[in-house]
Design a protein around this ligand. Structure first.
Ligand SMILES: *Cc1c(COP(=O)(O)O)cnc(C)c1O
Length: 235
């Protein structure tokens, strides 16, 4: 078994373990493998181990990977999620290739993704990214804007509103983290009551996936625990 396959199994065991502990069904928690900065061979190893959902953060790097796999007609049933900050001038790269964009946080991006999504493809699945910690360095929209942006997505012909995504504060203070995650859970519940298409709370990474699942996460985004530490000098 490849090392990546072993790591995937370990992450799935963590998900099953915490789901049992908090009384949730593990099959309601999806695992997104975050492959940013990692080579195609790593994606193919995870694919060979059964992984089908992948997350990427850099539009040009991701477009190159996706196009290369398509040229090879390899891994054709991967579901691609864009999870990084998205500059407007890169939105077309994403609209033409991805299945999901989880980092939608402003009107202009919604308008561009909707108009750039090719008509022959299924509508693009959208999560609104919320800056739940309120840190000025973080992307994402504020809580006050969620319902206005949600309405804009909902009336966009080539987009489907699926839910919310957040990257809580990077802190060892579990009470701070838990409070931010509980707030996300409440906002998600409120949004899902208004929009039947909303089924995704994307929250939890390598370090905090247990706490996120305890707070209702339906999708954890895991990079390091599957692919190892990222070397940004190689990115
Ligand atoms: C890189 C990244 C992850 C994965 O983080 P790890 O700590 O490596 O698991 C998850 N979500 C987003 C938005 C990311 O950019």
């Amino acid at each position: 078994m490849s090392q990546i396959a072993q790591h995937l199994l370990q992450v799935k065991e963590r998900i099953v373990e915490v789901a049992r502990r908090v009384g949730r069904g593990a099959d309601h928690i999806q695992l997104l493998a975050v492959s940013k900065t990692k080579p195609l061979g790593d994606i193919q190893a995870a694919y060979a181990a059964g992984q089908r959902r992948f997350g990427e953060s850099y539009a040009q790097e991701a477009a190159l990977k996706i196009d290369t796999l398509r040229e090879q007609a390899a891994c054709t049933d991967i579901e691609w999620h864009f999870i990084g900050p998205l500059q407007s001038n890169k939105s077309k790269l994403v609209a033409e290739r991805f299945d999901w964009v989880q980092s939608v946080d402003r009107d202009k991006l919604i308008e561009r993704l909707n108009s750039q999504r090719p008509a022959g493809l299924a509508p693009l699945n959208v999560c609104l990214q919320i800056n739940i910690s309120g840190e000025s360095s973080k992307s994402g929209t504020s809580e006050q804007e969620i319902f206005r942006l949600a309405a804009l997505v909902a009336r966009s012909e080539h987009l489907v509103l699926r839910g919310l995504m957040a990257i809580p504060e990077h802190t060892r203070d579990e009470a701070v983290l838990a409070a931010q995650m509980a707030r996300m859970q409440a906002l998600f519940t409120e949004l899902a009551q208004q929009y039947p298409s909303v089924d995704t709370l994307s929250m939890g990474m390598t370090e905090d996936l247990e706490l996120a699942i305890a707070h209702g996460s339906t999708m954890v985004r895991v990079g390091t625990a599957i692919f190892g530490a990222r070397d940004y000098s190689q990115a």
